[in-house]
Design a protein. Structure first.
Length: 442
């Protein structure tokens, strides 16, 4: 299964010494204020990536104030006490660098890649974000409009754009994964400036952050600059909220119809997954890749190419810290009823549950995954993200070097077993996306 992040693409290991993953060397330490720091030296090209992972996502939000984590992803580029408003991006780009950020249900991740002689600048910029960000009325009002436009473009006005939102709220009944990171604009509009400032003080603190510097660095110099710019930042004084909620196992199918601004119906199926660091996640990754991972996947070959019942089939897999969901969707071909497409999807799932996968398909999966693992660590930005997530999500930075070992232990029987255990038709979500009825006129 494709995962939400780079680790999500890591699915198995073909045991061929010539293709073995190159070991990622790193050094790590923790400052007195709780900031965990990971350094990786790669002098092959004169660039460096500086990344900060804040362990806060949509699941950490107040249910009456959803969308805060994603909103802060935008707000943190407003500037700081020492960086003029709106100049954060201009400064990095003006030095030949690139930068961006993303928010998930679990984390918020900031990253910038620059020529290696600008490393000190990036550390200064990230320390300013952590210590002196502008969380004020002007910035909040500016970013409210930005987020509104993003929601309109990515969700409201995009065909099938609400799939994630509609699926999450049915897949989870108790866990805060039930809302998407985009959250509610009504909640953001109702929030006071004090609520935004409190969110910043609680989550944007060094003891909730992991800093990674990867690329053309000198270890001693990099550590010296890190200590210079980050040691003075005070540790967060309050408790960092982390939900302690276990989503109950579903025993009944949840089925619904969503009318959307579309012309062609779609079928969505969602199955709950175990936590991201669960041992079964590796076999499930292979299973979902086998089912929907690309043009050579079982469902693409059978439903799109052979039967021509679907125009496309794909997946939106969310492997999350506390237990994610695997979303499969198929867009029906002309004249094909959603019920017919759903029936064929279920037949293919049942086929895997009863027969497993062939030796040839298993070997192909291993090759795909071997390539994904190596590709995921082929850039300093990829290495930086993988190092940060290894530390935060898997509790061991060296997981980056162990992931192949975990996938190499997956057997064909494991894939068959998890198909039966997790792709449970009695505990899934099924949505039909149908065109909105046309208004009748006299």
């Amino acid at each position: 299964m494709k995962k939400l992040t780079v680790f999500g693409l890591l699915m198995a290991w073909m045991i061929i010494p010539a293709m073995a993953q190159k070991k990622i060397e790193f050094r790590e330490f923790t400052l007195d204020n709780g900031l965990h720091v990971i350094l990786h030296q790669d002098n092959s090209t004169p660039i460096v990536n500086t990344s900060v992972l804040y362990h806060v996502g949509s699941k950490n939000e107040n249910p009456e104030r959803t969308g805060f984590a994603h909103f802060f992803e935008h707000l943190m580029f407003e500037g700081s006490e020492n960086i003029e408003r709106g100049q954060y991006m201009n400064i990095i780009q003006g030095r030949g660098g690139t930068l961006n950020a993303f928010t998930s249900n679990d984390i918020t991740f900031y990253y910038q890649t620059v020529p290696s002689n600008e490393l000190e600048l990036t550390l200064y910029m990230e320390s300013e974000r952590m210590l002196h960000s502008k969380v004020d009325e002007t910035g909040v009002e500016t970013q409210r409009e930005v987020v509104k436009e993003e929601k309109r473009q990515s969700y409201d006005n995009r065909p099938y754009g609400s799939i994630l939102i509609e699926t999450l709220k049915r897949a989870y009944s108790e866990h805060p994964y039930q809302w998407a990171p985009i959250g509610s604009l009504d909640h953001l509009n109702a929030a006071t400036i004090e609520e935004f400032q409190d969110f910043y003080k609680q989550f944007y603190v060094p003891n909730n952050a992991t800093l990674v510097v990867a690329g053309d660095i000198d270890y001693a110099q990099a550590e010296s600059w890190v200590r210079e710019y980050f040691s003075e930042i005070p540790r967060g004084s309050g408790e960092i909220y982390r939900p302690n909620v276990t989503e109950p196992k579903k025993t009944e199918e949840i089925r619904d119809v969503i009318y959307d601004n579309i012309q062609i119906p779609a079928v969505i199926q969602a199955y709950n997954l175990p936590p991201r660091n669960h041992p079964d996640s590796y076999a499930l990754s292979m299973l979902s890749t086998y089912l929907t991972g690309g043009n050579s996947s079982l469902m693409t070959k059978e439903l799109v190419d052979k039967q021509q019942k679907a125009l496309a089939v794909a997946a939106i897999p969310l492997e999350l810290e506390d237990g994610g969901i695997f979303i499969m969707y198929g867009i029906t071909n002309m004249g094909v009823a959603p019920e017919d497409l759903e029936s064929e999807i279920d037949k293919l799932i049942a086929q895997v549950q009863s027969e497993g996968i062939s030796d040839r398909d298993f070997e192909k999966l291993q090759n795909i995954i071997e390539n994904n693992i190596v590709s995921g660590n082929s850039s300093v930005s990829g290495v930086a993200q993988n190092l940060a997530e290894a530390h935060v999500i898997f509790g061991d930075t060296n997981y980056i070097n162990q992931v192949m070992d975990y996938y190499s232990k997956v057997t064909q029987e494991d894939i068959k077993r998890v198909a039966n255990e997790y792709l449970n038709l009695d505990g899934r979500v099924v949505l039909y996306y149908l065109p909105k009825p046309q208004e009748t006129t006299e």
